[in-house]
Design a binder for this molecule. Structure first.
Ligand code: HAM
Length: 434
């Protein structure tokens, strides 16, 4: 019997690999992207937070919303004893939980947090859509200032720019405040009800429970029907409209272009005011690279006695990699050793172990043969691993405490005393005379 990874998940190997017809970049590419996220978030003065992958089911149900697809259809949830667990489908509700639980407001000022980690949704797997996927994102908690919305969008866009993804489109909308939505829901329901028989089964259900979600339908017939629908943005109150105008103003000041999309409602229920999505035209059906918005009511939904205004975004690594590939951005491969020790004979095979250890203590990435292979096979291995230098040691070299150092790309070779190996390898330059 053999085992395979679960469909909709994938292994990340040292080198690029294939999984269910998709290319999975190697670990070095992942680390490059992760490092870029850390660096860009540091530029925006965001601090990292790590929350558990397991959360109470009720947190996600209340936070994301009972009627959303994520909660009603896509949760990996289970029980042990009296506890209901869920593998987190997203990180915003968990971050808000942590903020409330640890009274992070006591740190003073606005909390600017970011995260990187796996999320889980039981969706039908396809290109760019997985059951275990990986997000990075930020949450700015504790301010109702529209500039925080702009900073969030700017931080999100800066990651793509830093990585070399340029072909992106930002869609923007406002869902208004807590009074806008219920009013508009009724207006939309009134408009759609006479056409209910033309709606899909799913949309008929939504018409009853959550008509706003019909707005982002992909069904052409429903879209045509919606073309004449009253728009939420037309029903914003004065404050919500002023807020939205200010966000747009800030984005223009930041030279961030956007397209307003009155149908952008997003699949999570916690949003108020600003919502946005970043898309790539290169991704096909799963075109959303990232999305987010303001969620001023989430904290109270999670039991806070005070309002905690907040705004954030989250982005998927897998779709980011698709966009990088579409734009033919080169990503770094695995780091190769600076030195590969080649031992000739039993005595040398023993002695290269402490020698490798000494070099590593000096910070030299060092590989060696662990199979007792022939010199030819060891040289081939040095080559396969793209080692900069092969360090060849036999009985003569041991006696003289000197190694033959061969530069792999040119084939040049000189003798270097053991005592000078680390210094020489660190410079990466072969001395003309040792
Ligand atoms: P979301 O739009 O559900 O928002 O997910 C954000 C991003 O995660 C998506 O744009 C997509 O790139 C990626 N993603 C989602 N589901 C999958 C999947 N099954 N496979 C691959 N990638 C996926 C949120 O999660 C919100 N928490 C965003 C947010 C943060 N709002 C405020 N703060």
């Amino acid at each position: 019997m053999t085992f395979r990874n679960i469909t909709g998940t994938f292994d990340v190997l040292p080198d690029e690999s294939q999984s269910d017809g998709s290319t999975v970049p190697g670990t070095s590419a992942w680390r490059h992207v992760e490092r870029t996220v850390h660096d860009v978030m540091a530029l925006f003065n965001m601090q990292e937070i790590r929350t558990p992958v397991l959360e109470p089911t009720e947190l996600i149900a209340r936070g994301v919303g009972q009627l959303t697809d994520i909660v009603s259809k896509e949760m990996f949830a289970f029980e042990r004893g009296d506890t209901h667990y869920v593998l987190r489908p997203e990180v915003t509700a968990p971050v808000m939980r942590a903020y409330l639980q640890h009274h992070l407001q006591q740190r003073g000022g606005v909390q600017k947090l970011y995260y990187i980690g796996p999320c889980f949704r039981a969706e039908r797997p396809q290109k760019g859509r997985y059951r275990q996927f990986h997000q990075f994102g930020s949450e700015i908690i504790g301010t109702p200032d529209p500039r925080a919305d702009a900073e969030t969008i700017a931080a999100m866009m800066a990651v793509y720019r830093a990585l070399g993804v340029t072909d992106v489109r930002l869609r923007l909308n406002s869902l208004g405040d807590e009074t806008t939505r219920p009013t508009y829901k009724n207006i939309l329901r009134e408009y759609l009800e006479p056409h209910a028989h033309q709606l899909s089964k799913a949309s008929q259900e939504r018409l009853r429970t959550n008509p706003l979600r019909i707005l982002d339908t992909k069904d052409e017939k429903e879209r045509a029907l919606l073309a004449g629908a009253p728009l939420l943005v037309e029903h914003l109150g004065d404050d919500a409209r002023a807020y939205y105008d200010e966000v747009k103003h800030c984005l223009r000041d930041l030279d961030i272009s956007y397209a307003e999309d009155p149908f952008l409602v997003r699949g999570l229920d916690y949003y108020t005011h600003t919502t946005f999505e970043l898309e790539s035209p290169n991704l096909g059906a799963q075109s959303a690279l990232a999305g987010g918005g303001r969620y001023d009511l989430l904290a109270e939904e999670l039991g806070s006695s005070v309002r905690v205004p907040a705004v954030g975004f989250a982005a998927g690594f897998e779709r980011l990699f698709l966009a990088l590939a579409a734009e033919q951005v080169e990503l770094p491969g695995a780091a190769s050793p600076q030195a590969f020790l080649v031992a000739l004979g039993d005595e040398a095979a023993r002695r290269v172990l402490p020698l490798a250890h000494a070099l590593r203590r000096e910070g030299i990435r060092t590989g060696l043969d662990l199979k007792g292979r022939s010199m030819k096979a060891q040289m081939r291995e040095a080559n396969r691993q793209s080692a900069a230098f092969a360090v060849i040691i036999g009985d003569n070299e041991l006696a003289a405490e000197r190694a033959q150092v061969k530069r792999m790309d040119t084939g040049d070779q000189v003798e270097v005393p053991f005592s000078e190996l680390a210094r020489m390898l660190a410079t990466g330059v072969l001395p003309t005379q040792a």
